[in-house]
Ligand binder design. Sequence first.
Ligand code: 2NE
Length: 275
Amino acid sequence: VEWQVAKTYEDILYYKAGGIAKIVINRPHKRNAFRPKTIVELYDAFCDVREDPKIGVVLLTGAGPHTDGKYAFCSGGDQSVRGKAGYLDETGVPRLNVLDLQRLIRSLPKVVIALVAGYAIGGGHVLHLICDLTIAAENAVFGQTGPKVGSFDGGFGASYLARIVGQKKAREIWFLCRQYSAAEALEMGLVNCVVPLEQLETEGVTWANEVLQKSPIAIRCLKAAFNADCDGQAGLQELAGNATLLYYMTEEGAEGKQAFLEKRPPDFQQYPWLP
Ligand code: 2NE
């Protein structure tokens, strides 16, 4: 793949090639822990993806290995900038803005694939969790640490995890804060497949290209439908937004707008009440 730099940031790398975007968390000296700046940059890149009609799939991954040879997808919030009420940015304001990023990834009408090499831990584990698909390298390590380091994610990090691995396993993951291998993650349905480390990106690109052969509207409606099952009224809003989009694309929908603009009554009689 001939990756082209899409935009330059400080904490992340952002590339595009064909219909695929690649977003890389680039703080390997911190096992790719995120600080507020990292999240602002990730949010910006994902917004760019959302607006680019050529992009259908995003690969989210972590830079590595670090100089000690170890890999990480992401180790969650950077504990060294954690203040009294969240993670502190340069202005000293405490934030938990990773939650905004989680919602953006989840409602993105495109497919997000996490490519996990090494640690996906804490808030980094939740990031892979909320991606549509996860491909793990054989060296991947998964786990939550919140109750060990004085934190927790009771949002998607708890409820969506339980939807994926079941209530018992999700409680085990959070209550014991153990680490799980790629094979164990596959066994519990937490990842879609496990590949040798050197094949991780190639596998991600293969999966992305398979998705890109499919109908964009079918994929976006399916993603919204999967979300609607878990996301309450916000999920229904997303699904219904797709219904509105499709309705706007019909002659029947356009007739209402056209009639208004032409200051005449709408003629909906020409459209059938289908069974
Ligand atoms: C990831 C893990 C298990 C890796 O262990 P190991 O032994 O391979 O590496 P080490 O030596 O712990 O880490 C290497 C360097 O990265 C830094 C370390 O401090 C160390 O720096 P130096 O001593 O070389 O200077 N580092 C690693 N993770 C960091 C982090 N999250 N923040 C700041 N620096 C970090 C091991 O490193 C680990 O357990 N890391 C902590 C994982 C963690 O607890 N994350 C936060 C969970 S809470 C959260 O993410 C969150 C939330 O719950 C709710 C909302 C938002 C965020």
